[in-house]
Design a protein around this ligand. Structure first.
Ligand code: ADP
Ligand code: ADP
Length: 237
């Protein structure tokens, strides 16, 4: 479970980007994070993976407070957090399989044909993940030969290869057409349910979020202004 407790972030200039944000994400639940541009969505995601230093408050991933970790502990904690990005962040010159295995490793190795260096168990697991995201037939293709939707599926498989305890998903469909966007959102929510993973999805497209996520958290000027099931949004706003 992920717990944000009175999370506040003030950058050196301007009004605070987050003010006293408090909510929990239980295992298996997908929370859609919505709000106008500048509301604090990216800041919230970046506080959790500590690309941004929170000003005050606590962030618990199960028992670990992510806000007070040394650099070594932070590295270990980040391995527990799977990230999925808008622009996929794949290594284009590597194959689909290699991209997925790099998730297991936590970095992209410089040596060639590194697939051979992985234990058979990791390879089998990577094939299982590729099968789950519908890319088994594409395992040996280079990432740059794939469509946007296929690339995002690789991004999902790569995040899962690190066996995360939390998924942070930043605008996963912003570069995709509507039909592919729905397929990707369906895949993410199904996988979180199957694996009982908590997830936060930063998403601009409110109707798409309403269709797929379990719960919506709305931010405005850094404050939580909504926290309920998607069907309640229309009455509230
Ligand atoms: P997004 O559409 O993802 O919210 P933004 O346009 O808000 O992106 O921000 C793009 C980048 O600029 C981010 O890295 C963000 O942290 C940074 N940024 C946004 N606003 C400011 C600001 N007022 N001062 C400095 N950096 C900013
Ligand atoms: P969103 O993702 O909802 O668009 P952001 O988290 O990017 O919102 O931004 C929230 C607020 O924080 C905005 O006012 C933005 O200008 C400001 N901001 C974001 N990043 C920075 C930064 N690096 N330095 C200063 N201000 C920032």
């Amino acid at each position: 479970m992920l717990t944000l407790n009175q999370l506040t972030k003030a950058y050196s200039v301007g009004d605070p980007a987050l003010r006293d944000v408090t909510f929990r994400v239980p295992r298996g639940q997908v929370v859609g994070l919505i709000g106008p541009s500048g509301a604090g969505k990216s800041t919230l995601i970046r506080c959790i993976n500590r690309l941004v230093e929170p000003s005050s408050g606590a962030i618990y991933l199960d028992e670990t407070d992510l806000t007070c970790l040394g650099s070594r502990e932070l590295r270990r904690a980040r391995r527990r957090i799977g990230m999925i990005f808008q622009e996929y962040a794949l290594v284009e010159r590597l194959t689909v399989m290699e991209n997925v295995l790099s998730g297991r490793l936590g970095y992209v190795p410089f040596w060639r044909s590194f697939t051979r260096r992985f234990p058979g168990q990791d390879i089998e697991n990577a094939y299982r993940l590729l099968d789950r995201v519908g890319l088994l037939a594409h395992a040996d293709k280079r990432a740059d030969a794939l469509s946007g939707g296929q690339r995002q599926r690789v991004g999902i498989a790569r995040a899962l290869a690190q066996e995360p305890e939390l998924l942070l998903v930043d605008e996963p469909t912003a570069s995709l057409d509507p039909k592919t966007s729905r397929q990707i959102m369906r895949l993410i929510t199904e996988i979180c349910a199957e694996r009982q993973l908590p997830a936060i999805v930063n998403i601009h497209d409110v109707p798409l979020a309403q269709q797929f996520v379990d719960r919506l958290v709305g931010l405005r000027a850094g404050r939580m202004v909504f926290d309920d099931t998607p069907d309640r949004l229309d009455e509230a706003m």
